[in-house]
Design a protein around this ligand. Sequence first.
Ligand code: IPM
Ligand code: MG
Length: 350
Amino acid sequence: MLRIALLPGDGIGPEVIEEAKNVLAAAADRFSIQWQSETLDLGADRYLRTGDTLPQADFDHLRDDFDAIVVGAFGDPRVPTNIHAKDILLGLRQRLDLYVNLRPVRLLDTRFCPLKDRGPADIDMAIVRENTESVYTGIGGHLRKDTPHEVAQSIMISTRMACDRLLHYAFQLAGQRRKIVTLCDKANAIPHAHGLWRRSLAAVAPQYPDIEARTLYSDVAAMRMVTHPQEFDVVVGDNLMGDMLSDLAAALVGGLGLAPSASLHPGSAALYEPVHGSAPDIVGTGKANPLAAIMSVAMLLRDFGHTAAANAVDAACENAVMSGSTTPDLGGNLATAEVGAYICAQVAAA
Ligand code: IPM
Ligand code: MG
């Protein structure tokens, strides 16, 4: 029994999760997958109602009672500090030790590529972002806050353990792909925290002799992703480098509307979410593109061994894109629920 926690969250989150859930149901039906889901009330509404962000009881429930978590989006203009999003999303990444953030980026159609003369053969990469360290831990503080002499500090950390485990994941993934790992860092300017990544790479890479290990400074990587995207297969970066490069890479294939992701602790915990945010400006208009959430569900199905179901969902998303059966952001004129229904019908007939 596949037990899935649904965290629709804020803004368009509930709208895209509704379609992701429908697609899961369609795939489960077609491919005889036993599953159950529970929707958890976590997000801005609950925070404004009760002051709760991610209470211990909800965290324990998420950790103990589910195989996978599917997240919509967090972020609400009524909570300008975004404290709930930070506690829930960054909190789950930390507390479940979801150290891999996997963001596959594949160009489905030339139409969606802002680069001249590039097609699907040129852009197929997987961003493997470290998801628990760098400047994301919250370590830091202020001195003399709100005075002209204020000092603000956000500390970047890298641990050898975290570099090693992420690189092992990246090399194993590259073994199933084009066999190139490119570590992107700023070891030239950040010699301690990012120098450690290079030393970790030097130790891990020889254990995978059939995989080519490359290094690039992240600024150069940003440039080459635009000028030579075909050079990238598995792209590794720390939390901050991976955050930026994954948005850049997503822009090469049509933007965040087509960007799924997984935050993983292989073997123990998994969270799937579209990379996009809560888009409060289009809530309730039917314009929210559910494809990134649905493609995230395909990643979930694949990770749990339901390969045929995952392939069917991915193929259906590709058909939606190729046939223009999409929301307006991708050039179509369907509403969120109509895109979901299109995918469900395709999966049912697969
Ligand atoms: C992402 C987002 C988050 C991040 C924000 C919302 C904190 O940009 O998932 O990429 O930086 O990790
Ligand atoms: Mg980001």
